[in-house]
Design a protein. Sequence first.
Lengths: 115, 111
Amino acid sequence: EAGVAQSPRYKIIEKRQSVAFWCNPISGHATLYWYQQILGQGPKLLIQFQNNGVVDDSQLPKDRFSAERLKGVDSTLKIQPAKLEDSAVYLCASSFPRAASYEQYFGPGTRLTVT
Amino acid sequence: AQSVTQPDIHITVSEGASLELRCNYSYGATPYLFWYVQSPGQGLQLLLKYFSGDTLVQGIKGFEAEFKRSQSSFNLRKPSVHWSDAAEYFCAVDNNNDMRFGAGTRLTVKP
Protein backbone atom coordinates (compact mmCIF):
# COMPACT_ATOMS: atom_id res chain seq x y z
CA GLU A 1 0.00 0.00 0.00
CA ALA A 2 1.12 3.56 -0.60
CA GLY A 3 2.53 5.41 2.37
CA VAL A 4 1.87 8.89 3.67
CA ALA A 5 2.76 11.44 1.01
CA GLN A 6 3.99 14.95 1.74
CA SER A 7 4.98 17.85 -0.44
CA PRO A 8 7.09 19.76 -0.93
CA ARG A 9 10.07 17.92 0.55
CA TYR A 10 12.06 21.11 1.02
CA LYS A 11 11.11 24.76 1.24
CA ILE A 12 13.17 27.88 1.86
CA ILE A 13 11.39 31.15 2.57
CA GLU A 14 12.16 34.50 4.11
CA LYS A 15 10.71 35.52 7.45
CA ARG A 16 7.28 37.09 7.28
CA GLN A 17 6.44 35.12 4.14
CA SER A 18 3.74 32.46 4.12
CA VAL A 19 4.09 28.77 3.31
CA ALA A 20 1.82 25.75 2.98
CA PHE A 21 2.49 22.05 3.30
CA TRP A 22 0.37 19.25 1.92
CA CYS A 23 -0.25 15.75 3.26
CA ASN A 24 -2.06 12.78 1.77
CA PRO A 25 -2.58 10.05 4.36
CA ILE A 26 -2.83 6.34 3.79
CA SER A 27 -6.16 5.45 2.24
CA GLY A 28 -8.78 4.68 4.85
CA HIS A 29 -6.89 6.25 7.75
CA ALA A 30 -9.32 8.44 9.66
CA THR A 31 -6.81 10.09 11.96
CA LEU A 32 -4.21 12.55 10.72
CA TYR A 33 -1.47 14.26 12.70
CA TRP A 34 0.91 17.15 12.04
CA TYR A 35 4.15 17.25 13.99
CA GLN A 36 6.93 19.83 14.16
CA GLN A 37 10.45 18.47 14.59
CA ILE A 38 13.07 21.09 15.38
CA LEU A 39 16.68 20.05 14.83
CA GLY A 40 17.96 18.07 17.80
CA GLN A 41 14.49 17.50 19.26
CA GLY A 42 11.79 14.90 19.03
CA PRO A 43 8.61 15.54 17.09
CA LYS A 44 6.02 17.73 18.79
CA LEU A 45 2.36 17.27 17.98
CA LEU A 46 0.80 20.39 16.49
CA ILE A 47 -2.68 19.21 15.54
CA GLN A 48 -4.70 16.03 15.31
CA PHE A 49 -7.72 15.43 13.05
CA GLN A 50 -10.33 12.73 13.23
CA ASN A 51 -11.87 12.64 9.77
CA ASN A 52 -12.30 16.35 9.02
CA GLY A 53 -12.73 17.49 12.62
CA VAL A 54 -10.02 18.81 14.94
CA VAL A 55 -9.45 16.60 17.98
CA ASP A 56 -6.48 18.36 19.54
CA ASP A 57 -4.79 21.61 18.53
CA SER A 58 -3.58 22.66 21.96
CA GLN A 59 0.05 23.01 20.83
CA LEU A 60 -0.67 24.78 17.55
CA PRO A 61 0.44 28.45 17.56
CA LYS A 62 -2.86 29.66 16.26
CA ASP A 63 -1.74 33.24 15.70
CA ARG A 64 0.33 32.08 12.73
CA PHE A 65 -0.37 28.40 12.08
CA SER A 66 -3.54 26.98 10.59
CA ALA A 67 -4.51 23.57 9.30
CA GLU A 68 -7.46 22.04 7.57
CA ARG A 69 -8.55 18.66 6.39
CA LEU A 70 -11.31 19.10 3.88
CA LYS A 71 -13.38 16.01 3.11
CA GLY A 72 -11.47 14.05 5.73
CA VAL A 73 -8.63 13.03 3.41
CA ASP A 74 -5.86 15.42 2.39
CA SER A 75 -4.64 18.06 4.78
CA THR A 76 -2.75 21.33 4.51
CA LEU A 77 -0.74 23.11 7.17
CA LYS A 78 -0.08 26.82 6.69
CA ILE A 79 2.25 29.26 8.38
CA GLN A 80 1.58 32.96 7.95
CA PRO A 81 3.76 34.87 8.62
CA ALA A 82 6.77 32.64 9.19
CA LYS A 83 9.38 33.33 11.84
CA LEU A 84 12.97 32.15 12.06
CA GLU A 85 12.06 29.73 14.85
CA ASP A 86 9.64 27.93 12.53
CA SER A 87 12.60 26.33 10.76
CA ALA A 88 11.98 22.62 11.29
CA VAL A 89 10.84 19.43 9.65
CA TYR A 90 7.06 19.14 9.49
CA LEU A 91 5.91 15.56 9.68
CA CYS A 92 2.50 14.23 8.78
CA ALA A 93 1.27 10.91 10.14
CA SER A 94 -1.92 8.92 9.88
CA SER A 95 -3.53 6.02 11.68
CA PHE A 96 -6.66 3.96 11.28
CA PRO A 97 -8.76 4.86 14.32
CA ARG A 98 -7.75 7.40 16.94
CA ALA A 99 -6.19 5.11 19.48
CA ALA A 100 -2.68 4.41 20.66
CA SER A 101 -3.06 0.73 19.90
CA TYR A 102 -2.95 1.57 16.24
CA GLU A 103 0.35 2.51 14.67
CA GLN A 104 0.97 5.98 13.35
CA TYR A 105 2.50 5.90 9.89
CA PHE A 106 4.77 8.83 9.14
CA GLY A 107 5.50 10.61 5.89
CA PRO A 108 9.03 11.70 4.91
CA GLY A 109 8.43 15.25 6.13
CA THR A 110 8.89 18.74 4.73
CA ARG A 111 12.06 20.51 5.73
CA LEU A 112 11.38 24.24 6.14
CA THR A 113 14.16 26.78 6.35
CA VAL A 114 13.21 30.35 7.26
CA THR A 115 15.91 32.94 6.53
CA ALA B 1 5.20 17.64 34.42
CA GLN B 2 4.83 14.74 32.02
CA SER B 3 8.05 14.05 30.15
CA VAL B 4 10.06 11.54 28.17
CA THR B 5 13.81 11.47 28.69
CA GLN B 6 16.45 9.89 26.52
CA PRO B 7 19.65 10.52 28.49
CA ASP B 8 22.06 9.70 25.67
CA ILE B 9 22.20 12.20 22.81
CA HIS B 10 24.72 10.19 20.80
CA ILE B 11 26.00 6.63 21.09
CA THR B 12 28.71 4.94 19.07
CA VAL B 13 29.01 1.16 18.95
CA SER B 14 31.05 -1.24 16.86
CA GLU B 15 29.30 -3.42 14.34
CA GLY B 16 28.40 -6.72 15.97
CA ALA B 17 28.38 -5.27 19.46
CA SER B 18 25.31 -5.15 21.64
CA LEU B 19 23.22 -2.01 22.04
CA GLU B 20 21.04 -0.52 24.73
CA LEU B 21 19.27 2.82 24.36
CA ARG B 22 17.72 4.27 27.46
CA CYS B 23 14.31 5.83 27.90
CA ASN B 24 12.62 7.11 31.04
CA TYR B 25 9.20 8.67 31.40
CA SER B 26 7.32 10.50 34.07
CA TYR B 27 3.58 10.01 33.98
CA GLY B 28 1.05 9.27 36.63
CA ALA B 29 -0.07 5.99 35.13
CA THR B 30 1.58 3.56 32.78
CA PRO B 31 1.20 5.03 29.32
CA TYR B 32 1.52 3.26 26.03
CA LEU B 33 5.21 3.09 25.07
CA PHE B 34 6.86 3.11 21.66
CA TRP B 35 10.25 3.11 19.99
CA TYR B 36 10.64 4.68 16.55
CA VAL B 37 13.64 4.85 14.22
CA GLN B 38 14.34 7.67 11.80
CA SER B 39 16.90 7.34 9.04
CA PRO B 40 18.24 10.52 7.38
CA GLY B 41 15.61 12.12 5.16
CA GLN B 42 13.02 9.55 6.16
CA GLY B 43 9.93 9.54 8.28
CA LEU B 44 9.68 7.67 11.54
CA GLN B 45 9.21 3.92 11.50
CA LEU B 46 7.75 2.02 14.43
CA LEU B 47 10.13 -0.57 15.89
CA LEU B 48 7.94 -1.86 18.70
CA LYS B 49 5.27 -0.91 21.21
CA TYR B 50 4.11 -1.87 24.69
CA PHE B 51 0.55 -1.63 25.96
CA SER B 52 0.27 -4.31 28.63
CA GLY B 53 1.18 -7.91 29.41
CA ASP B 54 4.64 -9.34 28.93
CA THR B 55 7.14 -6.63 29.82
CA LEU B 56 9.64 -7.82 27.22
CA VAL B 57 8.44 -6.93 23.74
CA GLN B 58 9.92 -7.96 20.44
CA GLY B 59 10.04 -5.66 17.47
CA ILE B 60 11.24 -5.52 13.92
CA LYS B 61 14.86 -5.67 12.78
CA GLY B 62 15.90 -7.76 15.79
CA PHE B 63 15.12 -5.09 18.39
CA GLU B 64 13.50 -5.71 21.76
CA ALA B 65 12.55 -3.50 24.68
CA GLU B 66 11.82 -4.13 28.32
CA PHE B 67 9.30 -2.19 30.36
CA LYS B 68 10.27 -1.75 34.01
CA ARG B 69 7.48 -0.13 35.98
CA SER B 70 9.58 0.38 39.10
CA GLN B 71 12.13 2.38 37.14
CA SER B 72 9.68 4.07 34.73
CA SER B 73 11.94 2.87 31.95
CA PHE B 74 11.51 1.34 28.52
CA ASN B 75 15.01 0.59 27.22
CA LEU B 76 15.65 -0.61 23.69
CA ARG B 77 18.14 -3.40 23.06
CA LYS B 78 19.71 -5.30 20.22
CA PRO B 79 22.22 -8.13 20.73
CA SER B 80 24.27 -7.47 17.60
CA VAL B 81 24.23 -4.16 15.77
CA HIS B 82 24.46 -3.95 11.98
CA TRP B 83 25.86 -0.99 10.04
CA SER B 84 22.36 -0.34 8.68
CA ASP B 85 21.11 0.36 12.21
CA ALA B 86 22.82 3.75 12.19
CA ALA B 87 19.97 6.21 12.61
CA GLU B 88 18.11 8.37 15.14
CA TYR B 89 16.00 6.52 17.70
CA PHE B 90 13.04 8.05 19.48
CA CYS B 91 11.19 6.82 22.50
CA ALA B 92 7.57 7.96 22.71
CA VAL B 93 4.73 7.67 25.17
CA ASP B 94 1.02 8.02 24.59
CA ASN B 95 -0.94 9.00 27.64
CA ASN B 96 -4.63 9.25 26.89
CA ASN B 97 -4.02 9.98 23.19
CA ASP B 98 -1.40 12.62 23.98
CA MET B 99 1.76 11.41 22.18
CA ARG B 100 5.08 12.78 23.44
CA PHE B 101 8.51 12.03 22.02
CA GLY B 102 11.92 12.06 23.62
CA ALA B 103 14.68 14.18 22.12
CA GLY B 104 16.21 11.16 20.42
CA THR B 105 19.47 9.21 20.50
CA ARG B 106 21.70 9.22 17.45
CA LEU B 107 23.39 5.89 16.86
CA THR B 108 26.67 5.66 14.99
CA VAL B 109 27.99 2.23 14.02
CA LYS B 110 31.73 1.77 13.61
CA PRO B 111 32.97 -0.84 11.14
